[in-house]
Design a protein around this ligand. Structure first.
Ligand SMILES: [Zn+2]
Length: 404
């Protein structure tokens, strides 16, 4: 994109880029791994500084506790930080729900903690996924706030603290607030070449725990009930539910259990992820899992317990989705950008918005890559570019909504 196209919107694009970069660095230099409540709280207060001046109201809403299975098969509860909700102009004709997350995948103990620039790239934890994206969103809203477009749209910005662990606490809030809006905009990163995510698969995380009976492998082997074997059998049958043709994958991610080889093991646990193309497949697979569990349980004599479920429903490319993408393509053309999108197996809160019936584009953040690794980076020249893209998209949504 040329500087002249940008300077139509921004008088000094370089100064703007510098300011956006500095804000992103401030946010990314604070560790906010999903389980780091103090770190997330610090990031949340910086985000409140960014979004409160643009909003009429700010609510920190406590979501439900997150239930997980620990390595011993016991359920543990985690109380996440509240969900941040910023609202403006709820009476305006067009209502947008805009979402992002304050957490990252990097725990407090990670060696990847601070940012540095490397040529045209800003490297650092969460710069692309998605603190840079939140800065893009704030900048677009700030521009519109000082423009005649201001009163023609209202927004609800929802920033969740638990996206990287599946938005288990935020999902009901996303669902509720999405229902009152016309369009959704989420600020996950686009690929380095600008490609956005189109259709997305649905996803669920599960833990299967087996409890058997421990005996001596030599003296009374046949009295034992082997939990490792029960999990092995169940895991094999689960993985056979994979169908490349139907777009179903079952990934057995981790199996833990057993000890000394002369003891029949009485405990084993398996963690797995399932991805699907349609909501119908989610229901069928849930039934298949239960069926397998009943059969393996009966055959092995072990007690099997399944925890977890589908947390992100599929996000298909519907005609309404297609038409929002076409609108974004027009915005891109005005900026000299060729906007492309493609289907992905990855999931995000755009899935949750879509499940609530809200048409949305969910990769409106910075261009970047290698997210979830210590090589994560953001293309510095995408800060102003992506803010411009959001500004134009909101203008076109206002126009389209006025015509409908
Ligand atoms: Zn993300």
């Amino acid at each position: 994109m040329s500087v002249s196209q940008l300077s139509r919107l921004f008088p000094d694009p370089d100064a703007l880029t510098q300011r956006m970069l500095e804000t992103t660095v401030r946010l990314s230099d604070i560790n906010s791994g999903s389980w780091n409540r103090d770190g997330i709280a610090s990031v949340q207060s910086l985000l409140a500084e960014l979004f409160e001046p643009l909003s009429d109201s700010y609510e920190a809403r406590q979501g439900a506790d997150i239930s997980r299975m620990d390595g011993s098969g016991d359920e543990v509860l985690f109380t996440p930080n509240p969900i941040q909700i910023f609202r403006a102009r709820p009476q305006a004709p067009l209502q947008l729900v805009m979402t992002g997350h304050s957490d990252t995948v990097f725990p407090r103990e990670s060696h990847f903690q601070t940012c540095h620039t490397d040529g045209d790239l800003l490297c650092g934890p969460g710069t692309a996924d998605m603190k840079g994206g939140l800065v893009v969103l704030a900048e677009a809203l700030r521009w519109l706030d000082q423009s005649p477009w201001r009163d023609q749209f209202g927004f609800t910005v929802i920033i969740s603290p638990d996206e990287e662990t599946g938005s288990l606490s935020s999902a009901p809030v996303l669902m509720e607030l999405a229902r009152g809006a016309h369009y959704g905009m989420t600020y996950e990163p686009a690929l380095p070449d600008g490609t956005l995510a189109g259709a997305r698969k649905g996803s669920g995380n599960f833990t299967l725990t087996a409890r058997g009976l421990s005996t001596h492998a030599g003296r009374n082997f046949f009295d034992g009930r082997n939990a490792v074997m029960a999990i092995a059998q169940a895991a094999l049958r689960f993985s056979e539910l994979t169908s490349e043709e139907q777009g179903i994958t079952v990934n057995i991610g981790r199996i833990q259990g057993g000890g000394a080889v002369n003891v029949v093991p009485d405990f084993c646990q398996c963690r797995f992820n399932i991805r699907v193309d349609t909501p119908q497949q989610m229901r069928v697979l849930e039934g298949s899992l239960q069926q397998i569990i009943r059969e393996v349980s009966a055959a092995s004599g072990c007690e099997l317990h399944l925890h977890g479920g589908f947390n992100r429903p599929p996000k298909p490319m519907t005609p309404a989705q297609q038409s929002m993408f076409e609108l974004l393509r027009e915005c891109g053309a005005e900026l000299g950008l060729d906007i492309q999108w493609r289907a992905t197996g990855g999931c995000c809160e755009g899935n949750n918005l879509a499940a609530a019936g809200l048409v949305n584009i969910d990769t409106l953040g910075v261009r970047g890559a290698k997210i979830h690794t210590d090589q994560e980076y953001t293309c510095i020249d995408s800060f102003a570019e992506r803010a411009a893209l959001s500004i134009l998209l909101i203008q076109k949504l206002i126009q389209r909504h006025g015509e409908s």
